[in-house]
Design a protein around this ligand. Structure first.
Ligand SMILES: *Cc1c(COP(=O)(O)O)cnc(C)c1O
Length: 425
């Protein structure tokens, strides 16, 4: 499977049944697993043997789906989480703790902005938010001796800024820290951040990976390339014995390819327990089987809608990196040559009021706190997902009061355009 194309990995990655075994992945709906002797089980607790003992830490169905996502991203190890929020929290908290500092793009999902800037700040981790369009000098100047990671989104939700992943990776590596990329909107079908120097990738599988609005979930993937041991003083949690886990040193026992995800499983999942349910992992896998087909259609629909809106007299601006002349067109051509995502952001002339009125008139697109669904949906972020932000935070996040986030589903583009036209009228 390793040398196949992305579509084949979507369909068959992560699972190779043996003779007479189920063709579809089995749902192992069991909290626990049976052993013949206590010493068999003891070896699992010591991480000396491979196997399952309690589904809060690991479950075979979840591991199968995580292995598929790892294959799609080109990573060495992955874990599922109960949500995208949990994935981003674990991804950072696995390598940063009280007294540490992290640099994040300011143009990110509102939930992540709040997680970093409010909740993780309370835990003693300081975040510097920096414009994704910053110069290399500005980026380098944001590092401190206690900086442990750099974070950004391939395509930001909802501002649709495209991150210059190579620029961010170069700065992170020059300062001995990994680049963590939330690849939710692009999906590995359209961008694989590891190819551009990212070290860890996160996902809200709730979005395109599920793709049917059926289940909340997240995933963390490790490229296995970041050399924690070369910066051992910065990452004691990975490079020195874990007293809470029988004195294991993760990098020694599991190598660069396994240390980060094993630590996240053995420590963070054990203690916080944001586990994916096996039933829901099964739904995520069903979505993954058609991800490559669906992404193509989402992108075609978004391109058609963006082109229509661009020429409409009642629309003040359109943001979609597939439009020539878009601020992120060049970065889009570099990082997302086969398409970006199905989400288009735009402003309705008349500002916040006009935007809300327009949305109320749509018949096919439903107002929802969701994106990346098979059914077209839309949202006014300034009055919903981003409503806790101040005016200046909104501007830094690229969210103007008139911004409508319109997520093209899998319907026919002609029908979406007719619906938009009547609502604008
Ligand atoms: C939705 C989203 C999240 C949060 O994921 P949940 O599954 O809703 O917890 C994180 N990052 C991005 C880019 C998202 O779109």
């Amino acid at each position: 499977m390793a040398d196949t194309n992305i579509g084949t990995k979507c369909v068959q990655g992560g699972y190779a049944p043996g003779n007479g075994e189920p063709r579809q992945i089995p749902i192992i709906q069991s909290t626990t697993f049976k052993y013949s002797t206590s010493s068999d089980m003891g070896k699992l607790f010591d991480l000396e043997a491979d196997g399952y003992f309690y589904s809060r830490l690991q479950n075979p169905t979840n591991d199968t789906v995580a292995a598929k996502i790892a294959a799609l991203e080109g990573g060495t190890a992955a874990m599922l989480t109960s949500s995208g929020q949990a994935a981003n929290f674990y991804a950072i908290f696995n390598i940063a703790s009280c007294g540490d500092h992290v640099i994040s793009s300011s143009s990110i999902y509102g939930g992540t902005f709040n997680l970093f800037g409010v909740t993780m700040k309370k835990m003693g981790i300081d975040f510097t938010f920096i414009s994704p369009d910053c110069t290399e000098e500005e980026l380098n100047a944001a590092f401190r001796p206690n900086t442990k990671a750099v974070f950004g989104e391939t395509i930001a939700n909802p501002a649709l800024t495209v991150l210059d992943i190579e620029k961010f990776a170069k700065a992170a590596h020059a300062h001995g820290v990994p680049l963590v990329i939330d690849n939710t909107f692009a999906t590995p079908v359209n961008c694989r951040p590891f190819q551009w120097g990212a070290d860890i990738v996160t996902h809200s599988t709730t979005k395109y990976m599920d793709g049917h609005g059926a289940t909340i979930g997240g995933c963390i993937v490790d490229s296995g390339k970041f050399d924690w041991t070369a910066h051992a003083d910065k990452f004691p949690g990975l490079c020195t014995p874990d007293e809470s886990y029988h004195g294991i040193t993760y990098t020694e026992r599991f190598g660069l390819e396994g240390a980060y995800i094993t630590k996240a499983t053995a420590q963070l999942m054990r203690d916080f327990g944001s586990t994916q349910s096996p039933q829901n992992a099964f739904y995520i896998n069903l979505g993954l089987e058609s991800l490559h087909i669906r992404m193509k259609r989402h992108c075609e629909n978004a391109q058609a809608v963006a082109e229509y809106l661009q020429n409409h007299p009642k629309i003040s601006w359109v943001s979609y990196c597939g439009l020539p002349g878009d601020k992120y067109y060049e970065l889009g051509q570099k990082y997302l040559p086969n398409g970006s995502c199905g989400v288009v952001s735009f402003g309705v002339k008349g500002g916040r009021k006009a935007a809300e009125k327009f949305m109320g008139k749509l018949k096919i697109a439903a107002i929802e706190t969701h994106v990346a669904d098979a059914r077209t949906c839309c949202l006014h972020p300034a009055s919903s997902t981003h409503r806790q932000m101040s005016e200046s935070e909104l501007i830094a996040a690229g969210v103007t009061p008139d911004l409508v986030r319109y997520s093209c589903g899998l319907e026919d583009a002609e029908d979406l355009i007719v619906d938009i036209a009547q609502a604008l009228q």
